[in-house]
Design a protein around this ligand. Structure first.
Ligand code: ADP
Ligand code: MG
Length: 471
């Protein structure tokens, strides 16, 4: 079960976060619903506790229902804790687990550094996160929504000498829209041009820094970061902690002032990085800020086609007809990650069943991905039509001035559903219901809300209408 918990954490948090914080997390034992975990350093302990404890607990519970609490301790400095603690024995006073509860005073930095020789080794080689060989400019498909970001990325990678205009280059977009892909593309291209590049995710940046501070290598670490030509930082929205934010600010300032390139990606524009200091935010906003938009259908088809082609290299018999590809690209609207997931599923399906991918098998294979897509836009007109037919009146009855009970009730339900299922304002809804006043709509919404609370049958009825509209 522990192996499954770890696997789940890795899947949920991503390889990089997992490697940074959880790779050396061990389960010591479970006592009365408390899972006792250990890590080799105090820093790791406090980091996991302050950032990931809830997540770890949830993951544990999903695998082992009895777990109610999670504790993180620091393993002893000598032999690994497993050896120090025979099987599932209750911790004796001298064991590492007993020390857990003794709430150790923070040791001076020098003592800590000595106590964890492995941490020192880590600080040394964790400067950068490796680049993924598949994420290059060549494999990046350019479309309307990412053309500007792509052009800026290429220019920065080639370093035209117009540096200041593009420094820093700040890319932002929702998940799966190609930020990391472009950052790796920049990294590859710049390295090929012989420039010294470091690519870091926010987690790796923080980990490297705190480790360096702890092992008294901070100066060396900073110097290493500042001695490069190009620093690429991914997912900066995750940078947390006062001292690390300050170091982050110093680092980008020092690099930019020295004419070195900084590239940053985030899920939001610089102004929305609430955790960061105002000066750091404005520095980040001071270069070129580019947003990558949602993938339009044409771009999704192109990404999917490219992806299918690259899979064909290792699976030559894997065939997906253009019609199926078009279907998948239309069904999966969310992002590039889901498109990649779809290709993997189609491939798994084809390999396991040994059959060609038909429209039907494609539909089955990607069903869960399609379900995950954004809720569809519901039109007020559709609500009116559905409710009318359900109550045997006409849509024009609903829009009319008639005030008989047979018409008033469906009208009010339709107004209620319009308020709950669309983003329209009350006045707008009133307008769409034959030019009624917003107070009429408000009255209807309140009335139906109240009736649903009192009348379970009506509640079910309205719930059913909602489902029918959402499907
Ligand atoms: P983000 O970092 O914005 O969350 P990623 O760069 O990780 O997104 O992209 C998610 C997946 O979609 C990756 O497999 C990536 O290669 C793919 N992808 C996204 N945009 C494109 C694109 N324009 N061309 C090719 N692949 C893309
Ligand atoms: Mg990313």
């Amino acid at each position: 079960a522990w192996a499954r918990v770890k696997r789940r954490l890795r899947a949920e948090l991503g390889e990089d976060v997992f490697a940074s914080w959880f790779a050396r997390l061990e389960l010591e034992d479970v006592v009365e619903g408390t899972a006792r975990l250990t890590v080799p350093t105090r820093f790791l302990k406090s980091w996991i506790e302050s950032h990931y404890l809830d997540r770890v607990l949830t993951t544990f519970k999903a695998e082992i229902a009895e777990i109610a609490r999670v504790e993180v301790g620091v393993r002893g400095t000598g032999a690994p804790a497993k050896a120090a603690l025979p099987s599932a024995a209750k911790p004796s006073a001298a064991s590492p687990l007993a020390r857990l509860h003794a709430a150790p005073q923070p040791a001076p930095v020098a003592a800590l550094a000595q106590s964890t020789p492995e941490a020192r080794a880590e600080g040394g080689d964790l400067t950068g996160t490796p680049l993924d060989g598949r994420l290059t400019f060549t494999s990046f498909v350019v479309g309307r929504s990412n053309a500007l970001a792509h052009a800026a990325a290429e220019r920065v990678a080639r370093h035209d000498g117009e540096g200041a205009l593009y420094n820093p280059l700040y890319l932002h977009a929702g998940v799966g829209l190609g930020k990391t892909h472009l950052l790796h593309g920049i990294g590859h291209a710049a390295r090929e041009a012989g420039r010294r590049v470091i690519y870091l995710t926010a987690d790796r940046f923080m980990y490297g820094f705190v480790n360096a501070l702890k092992t008294q290598n901070a100066l060396a670490y900073k110097e290493r970061l500042r001695g490069i030509d190009l620093l690429i930082l991914d997912d900066v929205q995750f940078i947390q902690g006062k001292s690390i934010q300050a170091e982050f600010g110093h680092t980008i300032n020092a690099l930019i002032d020295a004419g070195r390139q900084v590239v940053v990606a985030s899920d939001r524009p610089p102004a929305d990085l609430e955790a960061l200091d105002e000066r750091v935010r404005s520095r980040l906003a001071g270069g070129l800020v580019v947003e990558i938009g949602n993938l339009d259908e044409q771009l999704r088809v192109s990404i999917l086609t490219a992806r299918l082609q690259s899979v064909r290299v290792s699976h030559p018999t894997f065939e997906v007809s253009p019609a199926v590809a078009a279907y998948v690209a239309r069904a999966i609207t969310a992002n590039g990650r889901d498109l990649e997931g779809a290709v993997n599923r189609l491939l798994a399906h084809a390999t396991l069943t040994g059959t060609a991918v038909t429209m039907e098998t494609a539909e089955t294979a990607i069903r869960d991905l399609v379900k995950n897509r954004e809720p569809k836009r519901i039109k007020i007109e559709d609500i009116q039509k559905l409710v009318a037919s359900r109550y045997n009146v006409s849509r024009s009855d609903i829009l009319s001035e008639r005030r008989t009970a047979a018409v008033v009730k469906p009208r009010q339900i339709a107004m209620y559903l319009s308020k709950v299922l669309t983003l329209r304002s009350l006045p707008e809804i009133g307008r769409r219901f034959g030019g009624r006043d917003h107070t009429t709509v408000l009255h209807a919404v309140r009335k139906i809300e109240k009736q649903i609370g009192e009348d379970a049958v009506l509640g079910d009825e309205v719930e059913l209408l909602k489902r029918m509209l959402q499907d």
